[in-house]
Ligand binder design. Structure first.
Ligand SMILES: [Zn+2]
Length: 313
């Protein structure tokens, strides 16, 4: 480059240059610019099925330069999962916060930073110094490297009051971005330290359900071998999907089985029930919720309504 990048382009390039996957945020907000699955136009990057903001986040410098040159008002988010980061979000009290849990009242804590100090004291460890960002609302983001091979999702208040963590399925506002008129700034420009396992043990042993065989009851009556085979294939596609591909798999299977609904071979309720049962294996893992599964199923069924498929007689 012959020119010096400035503004949000510089912020985005800086993050991407560090190896972090960036995504555009809505101007002044901390939410991704990208549409959600319910508003997917099925064009451009989603031509082969919806791609989430996490899947679209990039560290490709040319791509980043093209985007923020054209859209210098977009904020910069960092997709923590693909970037290999776990960011510990130390918040400050806000009106409407739930009351301090009884277990914390004796500690006289008032902020997430104070809670983390207590957690470190209890664990008998230091809080490792690492790259740290001051958030627009006066909180702190501590950036840590996820342990190799671990796939750590987001948490909300499970470590303690005013402490959230962002991993897979999460993103954080990059220093240099303004949210609600307030700038996120680099507070400590240090190398990223490894996530201290003792301090964050609950993140490393999440309550994951054990993989289990999925048995989905096929609808009674009107069965044909062809229909059952089609159903089984689609449900296996969902249950076998990796974490990164599960939402796309769910959507595609909802479209495929939805076409059979449109063709009259199955009812909407039957297909919705089967898809939910198959998707259940992914619920609670890396931030996938029943609500997001339901939204994807509805979206797939809607998309298939105009494309009926009939079973060969
Ligand atoms: Zn899309």
């Amino acid at each position: 480059m012959t020119t010096i990048a400035s503004g949000m382009l510089a912020v985005a390039l800086n993050a991407a240059f560090r190896g972090w996957y960036v995504l555009p945020l809505r101007p002044g907000r901390k939410i991704p610019l990208a549409h959600d699955v319910d508003h997917c136009p099925r064009t451009g990057p989603c031509a082969d099925g919806h791609r989430t903001w996490e899947q679209r986040a990039t560290r490709d410098l040319a791509h980043v330069e093209a985007h923020w040159s054209a859209h210098p008002h977009h904020g910069v988010g960092i997709a923590t999962g693909p970037s290999g980061l776990v960011v510990v979000d130390l918040d400050t009290p806000k009106p409407g916060d739930p009351p301090l849990p009884a277990a914390w009242q004796a500690e006289k804590v008032r902020t997430g930073a104070e809670v983390l100090v207590v957690l470190a004291r209890r664990a008998g460890v230091e809080i490792p110094r690492t790259y740290m960002v001051r958030t627009g609302s006066g909180g702190w983001h501590l950036y840590y490297a996820a342990p190799p091979g671990a796939r750590i999702g987001n948490t909300g208040r499970s470590l303690g009051p005013w402490i959230d963590t962002r991993g897979w399925g999460g993103q954080v506002v990059a220093a240099g971005t303004v949210v609600a008129g307030r700038l996120y700034t680099t507070a400590r420009n240090l190398p990223i330290a490894p996530l201290p396992p003792t301090l964050f043990q609950p993140l490393l042993t999440p309550p994951r359900p054990a993989p289990r065989p999925v048995r989905v009851a096929l609808p009674a009556g009107r069965r044909t071998a062809y229909l059952n085979a089609a159903i089984r294939r689609q449900l296996a596609y969902i249950t076998d999907a990796s974490t990164g591909a599960r939402n796309t798999a769910l959507y595609r299977s909802a479209v495929a089985l939805g076409q059979l609904v449109a063709g009259g071979a199955l009812t909407d309720t039957e297909v919705t029930d089967m898809l939910k049962q198959a998707a259940d294996i992914h619920i609670g893992i890396d931030g996938f919720t029943a609500a997001s599964a339901d939204a994807t199923i509805r979206s797939g069924l809607r998309a298939s309504a105009a494309r009926p498929r009939r079973i060969p007689a």
